[in-house]
Design a protein around this ligand. Structure first.
Ligand SMILES: [Zn+2]
Length: 142
């Protein structure tokens, strides 16, 4: 994993543990265990990222959100095409939602759809058709 992916993964784990922390009893062993894991996750993260995360958490917003069908998972607004293109072209960089400021990544189930595919057979068929005389094609159409 590269740096951006590591940061995203750590933040996603952090969000998961923070949610767990709210469900367990304060002062319990479980609570302390989760806190230890949260501290371990936060330790290597850059301060600027942690400040961003804590600020968003305080407002009840997600720091990291998946993008599905061009829509940000945090604010549910469509992303500009340029941003979507960057998500696909530069998955190794930290991308931020233009609207809500969440770190965004392409949802795992959408990544497979972005793989380059073989030229479609339809395009080949069209190329062959265009070589036919126009007169012949008109006859076919009528
Ligand atoms: Zn957003």
């Amino acid at each position: 994993m590269n740096r951006a992916e590591t940061i995203l993964q750590s933040l996603r784990d952090l969000i998961r543990f923070e949610a767990q922390l709210r469900k367990v009893e304060a002062d319990s062993k479980e609570h302390r265990d989760i806190e230890t894991r949260i501290d371990a996750l936060r330790a290597p993260l850059p301060t600027s990222i942690l400040v961003h995360h804590d600020r968003r958490k305080a407002r009840g917003k997600l720091t990291v959100a998946p993008v599905r069908r061009g829509v940000c998972g945090a604010c549910h607004l469509g992303l500009p095409h340029a941003r979507l293109f960057e998500l696909v072209a530069k998955p190794t960089e930290l991308n931020v939602c233009d609207n809500c400021g969440a770190f965004i990544y392409l949802a795992e189930d959408e990544q497979t759809e972005q793989r380059p595919t073989q030229p479609k057979p339809k395009a080949v068929a069209q190329a062959t058709n265009s070589k036919r005389p126009a007169r012949h094609r008109r006859q076919l159409a009528s």
